[in-house]
Design a protein around this ligand. Structure first.
Ligand code: ADP
Ligand code: MG
Length: 514
């Protein structure tokens, strides 16, 4: 009896498990060479010829356009990691892939999938406990935050800027939006502008808008600015223009034009009289109004979109005003400085609040689109990890040291676990080893020898990572070299990798519609 459409494809039992596991492993394998400070980049070319060059795991997997449903689950691990903590996307995918590889071996030894799932869950719990013990017992100050930021960017294409220099900018940016209640991460934006070299990247203490003045003769800089946001069309109302009025003499025509002129001048006068210095209008501004206002030294921007308007309101405290007669100092916002500048064909406006600015922008520069795009991703990751570390105050050693400690703890606990799930618990530890192993092979070292050395050093010194410092790669205490990651990045990577791997391992029947 057939209960399925005859066109549907069905794979069952070990075949289904194998093919899913293979697909998942393949995805993880595809990002392995990008891990760590010596990780290489990938160039992805889509069918339209668009090129993306990146070292970022989540970006690579997103661009790869993966179709296999099990492979897609590993991509989701990386996406979740990006969404939750903003970094560790390669780590999470690589661990997930290796959990699957280990599961494959266990299935071949006739360990049942549910036993593997049980063992993996137990091992993940042990791993999370081990992370707790890895958390450094120090205050997370700006110096440590800069190290967290730097570690997240080492190995990325940061152009002419060192990760250390960029990390300073990132820590200052987060400092602006952090208080006792936490970090308002959304109030830090990254604005990219192709043109100058990446060393021109800077922190703007305020917001950057893709806007130009409504008139060329307007001031390009206004200091100590009172700001109004208007929703008012500053032009002759269309209704009045459409109205037919018979003009049969030059005098009448002049009178009509004078009437227009004085209406427009009236708008400008009302604005000038209110004492405002800078106007952001969501609606249009007639050239004549703009010209009157330029003469009076008022800076005006027209046709602003909703998202820019919201940003200006929150950065300056200005309230939107719907009619000129309601324009009142009470609704004004304030900025230390508003300036406009041209970058090639682009005109930008900077609304700056100085040291007290509550919304800031990392203004990323670089010679080409590819450089600024990768720099934007690197800065985005660094902002996320610095925000995460600052909020939780929890930082762990990087460079594979935490993974060595986690695997060691899991193996120690596995000895006390009865039955076959012990095999799965040990397999989990082997899968965690993939991080130091991969860091080793990506620096050109023998992964097995390095693992042995790291374990020996961990045993004797308590903390051992494969630290890349400039040109040298040594087995050392990563904390002494400032290589540290947020604890949440490690937690999330292990949890989401374990979740995806166990979900895939449990599947033994794939029914696909045509
Ligand atoms: P992910 O996408 O997982 O964040 P990365 O390519 O950013 O992948 O690599 C992150 C790993 O690189 C972390 O384990 C981190 O501790 C490690 N790392 C960062 N800087 C260094 C360094 N200077 N030496 C050794 N390892 C480092
Ligand atoms: Mg990273």
């Amino acid at each position: 009896m057939f209960i399925l459409n005859e066109d549907s494809q069905r794979t069952e039992g070990r075949d289904a498990q194998s093919s899913n596991i293979m697909a998942g492993k393949a995805v993880a394998e595809s990002v392995r060479t990008t891990l760590g400070p010596r990780g290489m980049d990938k160039m992805l070319v889509d069918s339209g010829g668009e090129v993306v060059i990146t070292n970022d795991g989540a970006t690579i997997l997103e661009e790869m356009d993966i179709e296999h449903p099990a492979a897609q689950m590993i991509v989701e691990v990386s996406e979740t990691q990006e969404a939750e903590v903003g970094d560790g996307t390669t780590t999470a995918a690589v661990i997930a892939g290796n959990l699957l590889a280990e599961a494959e071996d266990l299935l071949e030894q006739d360990v049942h999938a549910t036993t593997i799932v049980e063992g993996y869950h137990e091992a993940a719990r042990i791993a999370l406990d081990a992370i707790e013990d890895q958390v450094l017992d120090v205050e997370v100050d700006d110096e440590l935050l800069a190290q967290v930021g730097k570690s997240s960017m080492t190995g990325k294409g940061t152009g002419g800027l060192t990760p250390a220099e960029l990390a300073e900018t990132v820590v200052t940016a987060i400092g602006h939006v952090a208080d006792d209640d936490g970090v308002r991460r959304d109030d830090v934006s990254v604005y990219t502008q192709v043109g100058a070299s990446s060393s021109a990247t800077e922190l703007v203490e305020g917001i950057v808008l893709d806007e130009e003045p409504a008139h060329d003769a307007m001031p390009s800089t206004v200091e100590d600015a009172d700001i109004a946001i208007l929703d008012v069309a500053l032009e002759i109302q269309t209704g009045e223009i459409d109205a037919e009025y018979a003009i049969d003499s030059i005098d009448q025509l002049n009178a009509a034009l004078d009437a227009e002129e004085s209406e427009l001048r009236g708008y400008a006068e009302e604005i000038v009289d209110s004492g405002v210095d800078v106007v952001f209008n969501t609606d249009d501004v007639d050239d004549r109004v703009a010209s009157f206002l330029a003469n009076e030294g008022v800076l005006v921007f027209e046709g602003l979109g909703n998202s820019d308007t919201r940003k200006i309101a929150s950065a300056t405290g200005a309230r939107r005003v719907g009619a000129l007669e309601d324009l009142d100092t009470e609704d004004f916002g304030h900025a230390d400085r508003i300036r406009t500048d041209s970058y090639g064909d682009d005109d930008l406006a900077f609304v700056e609040g100085g040291a007290a600015a509550e919304a800031v922008t990392v203004f990323v520069r670089g010679g080409t689109d590819h450089i600024v795009d990768e720099l934007e991703r690197a800065v985005g990751d660094a902002l996320d990890v610095v925000a995460t570390a600052r909020e939780s105050g929890e930082v762990v050693p990087g460079a594979g040291a935490s993974e060595i400690a986690i695997a060691d703890r899991i193996r120690a606990k596995a000895a006390g676990i009865e039955g076959r799930s012990q095999l799965a618990v040990n397999a989990f530890a082997d899968a965690i080893d993939v991080i130091p192993r991969t860091l080793a092979s990506n620096t050109g070292r023998d992964p097995i020898d390095t693992l042995v050395d790291l374990r020996a050093e961990h045993e004797s010194e308590g903390r051992a990572g494969l630290v890349t410092d400039g040109e040298t790669v040594t087995i050392a205490d990563p904390v002494e070299h400032g290589v540290v990651d947020p604890a949440d990045v490690k937690r999330e990577a292990i949890e989401s990798a374990a979740e995806a791997a166990t979900m895939i391992a449990r599947i033994d029947d794939v029914i696909a519609a045509e």
